[in-house]
Design a protein around this ligand. Sequence first.
Ligand code: TXA
Ligand code: MG
Length: 324
Amino acid sequence: MARTSDIEKAAGVLRGGGLVALPTETVYGLGADAENPAAVSRIFQVKGRPPSHPLIVHIGGAEHLDDWVQEVPETARLLAGAFWPGPLTLVLRRGARVPLEATGGLETVAVRVPDHPVALALLSAFGGGVTAPSANRFGSVSPTTADHVRAELGDAVDFVLDGGTCEVGVESTIVDVTGDVPSILRPGGVTREDLEAVLGHPLAVPSTSAVRVPGQHPSHYAPRARVVLVEPEEVVAEARLARERGHRVGVFLPPALAGTTVEAHAVVAVPASTAAYARGLYGFLRELDRQECDLIVASLPAEEGLGLAIANRLRRAAGPRPTA
Ligand code: TXA
Ligand code: MG
């Protein structure tokens, strides 16, 4: 775990234009001084991320929000008051302080207050905002431990702050509050139901079509192994078939099938609680990669509560891979 001296050191690295991997309650972030365009640009190089993909600015408290955006609509105040610090990102109109490098050229900016003592200590010691995408290479699985970050980014990061395993395990929920009605851009750690309870009205969710075959979801959050999604009752048969075809198969065994024998190289027993599933999800995918599975058979959880974010990540992991 990070000590006070580590926090000071990390704040110094940020002031010097360097990159710090920091723990948050969702996943580890790859952080830079949000107001230093050169440092922000380095994030894109290290991640291999196209510069048009905007980043999230992390701030130390809701009271700093006005410093980073042009205006704070009432809905944003309401949501920030209810969920910050926490796994909620708000998209607002970009304030002059935010360089276009951080927003991918957009006139809007994504902002959140992470709910992790190490992240909050760093933001307080540093004093400014920290832009941070998830600390993984573009398109791959987000890191939920400091070891994941070291394994994936190594020396490309100037300093890694260790804050243990991330509690939530999937990224923040992103809500656009620039329009007349708020909309969810990415499901995540704050559930749709919790947002709707605070807002007092239903929210539209991005179309995650009921079609379970790879298709319209370009791969992201993806392990090396190919991910195949089937109905829960088809998991065992699908795994057997894939094995017969010569695959080294990893299986996400749904909670309803707990204890069932399945022919596979590696089996992950999916936790019955969606909170535990979300916390473990990226670690499970990494573990099946570590065991050199080339195909993962999984099914989607019910798309309610945290299940919505889990299903979104699994669909994206199963999406078509770039062929180049
Ligand atoms: O939980 C999280 O959100 C983690 C931790 C580190 O805070 N961060 C994270 O960052 O997931 P990243 O870069 O992997 O995902 C940020 C998402 C991207 O999908 C990006 O398109 C969206 O936020 N985003 C950022 N700024 C935006 C904007 N101005 N308008 C719309 N979407 C935006
Ligand atoms: Mg990411």
